[in-house]
Ligand binder design. Sequence first.
Ligand code: BG6
Length: 486
Amino acid sequence: MTNDSKPTTFIIFGASGDLTERKLIPALFNSYCKQRLPEQFNIVGFARRPWDNAELRKILKEGMLELAPDAYDEEKWTPFAQNITYVQGDLNTQADFEKLREHLENIENGPANRLYYLAVAPRFFVPIVESLGTANMVDQNRGWRRVVVEKPFGHDLASAQELNKAIQAVFDEDQIYRIDHYLGKETAQNILYFRFANTIFEPVWNRNYVDNVQISVIESVDVGHRAGYYEEAGVVRDMFQNHLMQLLSLVAMEPPASFEANAVRNEKAKLFHAVRPLSLNHTVRAQYEGYLQTEQVAKGSQTPTYAAMELFIDNWRWQGVPFYLRSGKALTNKNTEIVVEFKRPPHIMFDGIVDEDFTANILSMCIQPDEGIHLRLEAKVPDSRKTQPVDMEFHYRSSFKGNNLPDAYERLLLDAVRGDASLFTRADGIEAAWRLMDPVIYGWENEAEAPPMATYKHGSWGPKEAHTLLNRSGRTWRHACSHPDE
Ligand code: BG6
């Protein structure tokens, strides 16, 4: 699939972790089955556990059987797994990186490309990168060297800047792939195709026709066993700084001149710079009932598990159009949806119909789980003078029958191998997103300025304060993707 004929080695730091088993190996295996991996490849797991090749292969196979049983195919797994090897080592021990280098040179047996994947806790990002540098494993004379950095990328602007600096001291920016798996979702990518592969939407995609835009990333799962991590992160770091900001940029950015990585990322950067600093009065923070009783959650914790915010973009296209963002855990069901609500008709000419009877046109992009697009229109009810909203719908499951939507990691890993960074975040993009979220995160830590911590019931649509945020300007949260009504 790649036009570089050298073998490629995937080196996974954190091979014994959840991400490797859950996402990376299924993604690599699926790509292998679709014959999309380079013809010659190796997967090298690096971790502390006292395993050997056989043990790692066995564990990864069990993971596949448990987590991706439909994708598993014994006949293909056997030759695939032959390419997996293990190096036991400590992430803080330089000698273990030398051992890794020897192992790589042995199995590669000549020039080869390398993708270093940091599937580890963030405190190991810098030590790994520095050790790779010291062990002379970044030099590109014998093949390209790239590094994929998982989230969270920093915990605020200052730490993200430091992390960028430390990684850039070893790798060039074009070797660094900062992953945000939302960008690998087919439906997130489709936002740009929808906007720029059609002509009918772009003319109305602006302040003249759009009343407001809503981005909802609703999750039904609670923090579960991740409370230790979540307590430190909270919903703004966990979801807003990365996933919601990226969705916002896709919906609101100007058309790039090409789909080339830097052309796309330049437009995103411009968009982030045009976002007006958020006003804390227009934010909502909340915790679900029961969060405080979760194991590993501090007594009286102020970590928000839900947030909603209103923001504005100060440019010609969007001046005055509110963008509403919300996300939280332990909500009614899983649903990621972007709604563009259009303005109402300027004048209602139909007898007997009052303004309030009219629903504004709504364009809804369903990112997950029921991937597709809905356009809500007013239609005349037959044999009556009334109107009723109806939906024109497109669903991936019916329009592209038989095409399973690939997991985001599948696409992103292949893009990293191809050297296409358009779906990865550039240093300035990450920092710009933190620059917007820092005042919220730190503003909320200051009790005098922060909005009160609201609460909401497990399985609900979130706190009533999130509704008030819209209601005060006469708006409501909308959705068209299939799920029970709010
Ligand atoms: C991760 C967050 O980045 O995204 C999780 O850390 C969250 O808390 C997850 O559950 C949501 O991703 P998806 O693909 O399931 O919507």
